[in-house]
Design a protein around this ligand. Structure first.
Ligand code: TYD
Length: 135
């Protein structure tokens, strides 16, 4: 499996009744879900993230609005636009990620494999480069 990749979710419904997306552990979401958090009201100029995780896996979904996510796994360096609620961005361990260009109305939800644990964060870029063993 790639260290980060897009996942397309199945949407149930129609243009007449609207849409529903169900996300379950080890189905659309490729791990056991332990935590969900969401980010909103982020001013356009603000960039967030700037970290990688040692073990945490997560899927980011932009439920409303638009946001750009830069992901770097030591090999691939990609900026992905998230602006659909039927697409998730899986980010595994060892992926440096930065979130920017939030719209005023952006709601970004994260579905995560672990409880919040600051010890799982790598917030220093040099430390990240050492962690992924490319320097
Ligand atoms: P942080 O991870 O720095 O946010 P971002 O990656 O979006 O820039 O988290 C911001 C603050 O929120 C920080 O003090 C840690 C806290 N926090 C929690 O208490 N629980 C959580 O589940 C998360 C994700 C963050």
């Amino acid at each position: 499996m790639e260290k980060y990749n897009l996942i397309k979710f199945e949407s149930i419904g129609s243009e007449y009744v609207g849409s529903l997306i169900a996300l379950e552990s080890n189905k659309a979401i490729p791990f056991d879900i332990k935590r969900v958090y969401y980010i909103y009201d982020v001013p356009h100029r603000v960039r967030r993230g700037f970290h990688a995780h040692k073990t945490l896996e997560q899927v980011l979904v932009c439920l409303n609005g638009s946001v750009k996510i830069r992901c770097f796994d030591g090999v691939r360096d990609t900026t992905i636009v998230l602006n659909r609620n039927d697409v998730g961005l899986y980010i595994g361990p060892g992926v440096w990620h930065e979130m920017f260009d939030f719209d005023e109305k952006t709601v970004l939800i994260s579905i995560a494999s672990e409880y919040y644990n600051e010890d799982d964060y790598i917030r220093d870029y040099e430390e990240f480069l050492k962690y992924i063993d490319i320097i």
